[in-house]
Design a protein around this ligand. Structure first.
Ligand code: ATP
Ligand code: MG
Length: 413
């Protein structure tokens, strides 16, 4: 992509009412556009990052047998009345048509997937099933001050599973838990799983996947020596107490953001919608269900909170909008032709590249590159032409190396 043709430009200031670091940087660098508190449009650069996050999640969900679909977001109110959500879910947006018909806007999709499953699940042979989607959710959140980490419109991967037996549910639950750790690791984040009792209709433990960040809205109590971690809101133990699990260390407290969670729905929704199947013994039963969420746009915000410095964003390579930012310094014929050759060569070698071919000051190019945060910056200038090697700077560490084109391919593809 040639930067001279890029739809967006960087800006010096974020909107005055934007208090969160993630949104300030994402807005200034041209990744998102703020429509109002809690609602953002994703611009070309932002969409590239979001798609990368989604694809990492998609790959893991497919690996564990998930089948992707797209569920409706405009929901019949009847489905929400069936489950009680119409009156009990305070964050549910409701709309009325001009003929007075009422609808819910999807904040979660149990009310859609369960009736769909009813059409296709008849026998234990149809189970287990894991169906997911990656798409928009809408919630009437009271406070939306955390940028893309808490939207009133936001992106989520939500998966729903259906099982014949408790053992089968337990087996799959553990598989999903492990796949979540893989997702966060691939994105470059470390998540801790907090155990919580699963609320009204669940017997099993639910897990929240927490990433430590000062921008988080939760507090976790965790142990440095083992995996013990709990959400302070529900925790039986306090900061400074001895770890109840390993007893080796005293518990610490940190701010964290919930990057995902997995939840045992038991038979709540299969009973509400009378979703039944025939067991091996010929009995008629309601399947056990689980739901599994990951906040895709929240993840993007968490990444920016964790991977940024005073100059801008420092994207991990796995989710960066481009791998290489090629910067032309100077406009002599030699420099121009070498920069264009390099752009073509790297593009042909499958390197995702943003080519700063704009006629602006060098200082502005570097400042923009720092703000946008592409992992590797490659400069083509009279100086690099003279020494015949590429000048490659790692955005995160600031370390500059002089390497060959071949070596660049090794690190950037
Ligand atoms: P929270 O406690 O942060 O409100 P939640 O328990 O309501 O989260 P779920 O309903 O389980 O969350 O949604 C699954 C995931 O979607 C969450 O783990 C989080 O990553 C993300 N998420 C939830 N609400 C929002 C929001 N308003 N904006 C962005 N992401 C969200
Ligand atoms: Mg919530």
């Amino acid at each position: 992509m040639r930067q001279s043709k890029l739809f967006t430009k960087t800006r010096k200031e974020a909107p005055k009412d934007e208090v969160s670091k993630n949104a300030q940087l994402l807005i200034r660098a041209g990744f998102v556009h703020k429509e109002m508190a809690g609602v953002y449009s994703f611009l070309p650069l932002g969409l590239r990052v979001l798609k990368k996050i989604e694809n990492i999640i998609r790959e893991e969900m497919n690996t564990i047998g998930g089948q992707e679909m797209q569920m409706a977001t405009l929901h019949p109110s009847e489905n929400w009345k069936t489950t009680g959500g119409w009156d009990n879910v305070d964050i549910l947006f409701k709309v009325k048509s001009r003929t007075g018909k009422e609808y819910a806007i999807g904040q979660s999709e149990e009310e859609i997937i369960t009736p769909i499953a009813k059409e296709y699940v008849n026998s234990y042979k149809d189970l287990p099933l894991a169906i997911y989607q990656i798409g928009q959710k809408y919630r009437d959140e009271l406070r939306a001050k955390s940028g893309v980490m808490r939207g009133r419109e936001f992106g989520m991967k939500d998966m729903y599973s259906f099982h014949d037996t408790q053992e089968d549910f337990d087996r799959f639950y553990e598989i999903v838990k492990q796949s979540y750790f893989t997702v966060y690791e691939k994105i470059g984040l470390v998540a801790k799983a907090t155990e919580a009792h699963g609320g009204d209709f669940s017997k099993k433990i639910s897990y929240e996947f927490m990433v430590v960040t000062d921008a988080g809205e939760d507090n976790i109590i965790y142990c440095d020596e083992c995996t013990h971690c709990s959400n302070e809101e529900i925790s039986k133990v306090k900061e400074g107490e001895s770890c109840p699990k390993c007893k080796k260390s005293s518990l610490k407290k940190a701010k964290a953001s919930e990057a995902g969670n997995i939840f045992d729905l038991s038979r709540k929704y299969s009973e509400d919608f009378n979703l039944t199947y025939k067991t091996k013994d010929g009995d008629i039963k309601n399947p056990i269900m689980g739901c599994y969420g990951i906040g895709t746009t929240r993840l993007m915000g968490i990444i920016v909170e964790k991977f940024s410095d005073e100059r801008g964003i420092t994207w991990p390579k796995s989710v960066a909008p481009f791998a290489v930012h090629l910067i032309q310094v100077g406009d002599s014929d030699e420099v121009t032709s070498e920069a264009r050759r390099m752009y073509q060569y790297l593009t042909d070698s499958n390197v995702e590249i943003l080519f700063d071919d704009r006629a602006v000051r060098t200082g502005e190019k570097f400042a923009d590159a720092d703000l946008i945060g592409i992992p590797f910056r490659v400069v083509v200038s009279e100086k690099t032409l003279a020494n015949g090697q590429l000048e490659v700077t790692d955005r995160a560490t600031g370390v500059t190396k002089f390497i060959s084109e071949h070596e660049l391919l090794d690190i950037a593809v």
